[in-house]
Design a protein. Structure first.
Length: 261
């Protein structure tokens, strides 16, 4: 007896394929975005030297410059790394720009200078990678933190010079002693040569203190308070010793005048 086979019917019929969309109707996401954000079309001019078409302008208020576009058109070019001298000049120029903007509202506010130093010290610690095996004070972490350490040093130096030029001797002393404390809180690196920048900060601040002591007139009570603070600063660095000697000479000369009177 032969088995009877009946063809099975599909439950759902497959519809006929849809016709392909014309090429003119397919647009990518970038084309749609370009059409929405592009500026109004300008009348065409016959310029045989035209090199690029400004079809997509994503800048704020259309402030892209040709220099930025040239850099975007050449992604394969790698800029040469800056040397330490070039990096220091760059950071110093940025600090000077910052000073030119803030000096108009700075009445020598020590609190403003304190916030600036505190921010730059925090940037140093933020730049150090902690999620890694081994020491986070090695050469690799130092290279990461070096630009921020340099910014801290330039800030100490430039703000102190601003106060010196304005002959605000008491503000110089307060700023230098405050910056001395923040300098002592900078990271201690495993390699001794990497701590040279900290010593440079100490040297700059000591020079500012010595200049202020040579020009200011101190009351005996103020002088003894400064002497106590300078001796506490000596625990961090011996660069403060000439300042201590100068202040002791000033106080001794003042005491000698009081005895003569």
């Amino acid at each position: 007896m032969a088995a009877l086979f009946q063809p099975r019917r599909a439950l759902v019929e497959i519809p006929a394929p849809q016709p392909k969309i014309a090429a003119q109707m397919r647009r990518s996401y970038l084309e749609i975005l370009s059409a929405r954000l592009a500026p109004p079309a300008l009348p065409r001019t016959r310029n045989p030297h035209a090199r690029r078409a400004h079809s997509l302008d994503l800048s704020i208020n259309g402030m892209w410059t040709e220099r930025l576009e040239d850099s975007c058109e050449k992604p394969d070019e790698h800029p040469t790394p800056l040397s330490k001298q070039q990096l220091e000049q760059l950071v110093r120029s940025l600090i000077l720009v910052e000073q030119s903007q803030e000096l108009r509202i700075l009445a020598p506010e020590i609190k403003v200078l304190q916030e600036d130093l505190q921010l730059k010290k925090a940037n140093v610690y933020r730049s150090i990678p902690y999620s890694r095996f081994g020491s986070n004070r090695d050469a690799h972490c130092y290279r990461k933190a070096f630009p921020y350490l340099l910014a801290f040093k330039v800030s100490c130096q430039e703000w102190g010079q601003v106060l010196l030029r304005r002959k605000e001797w008491d503000a110089v002393l307060e700023h230098s002693l405050m910056a001395w404390l923040y300098t002592s809180e900078l990271p201690q690196w495993d390699t001794a040569s990497h701590n040279a920048l900290r010593e440079q900060c100490y040297g700059v601040l000591a020079a500012h203190i010595l200049t202020a002591l040579q020009h200011c007139s101190l009351e005996p009570s103020r002088g003894h308070e400064l002497l106590r603070r300078l001796k506490m600063a000596q625990l961090q660095s011996q660069s403060i010793v000439p300042c201590i000697q100068e202040l002791q000479r000033i106080l001794g000369w003042a005491q000698h005048l009081d005895c003569d009177l």
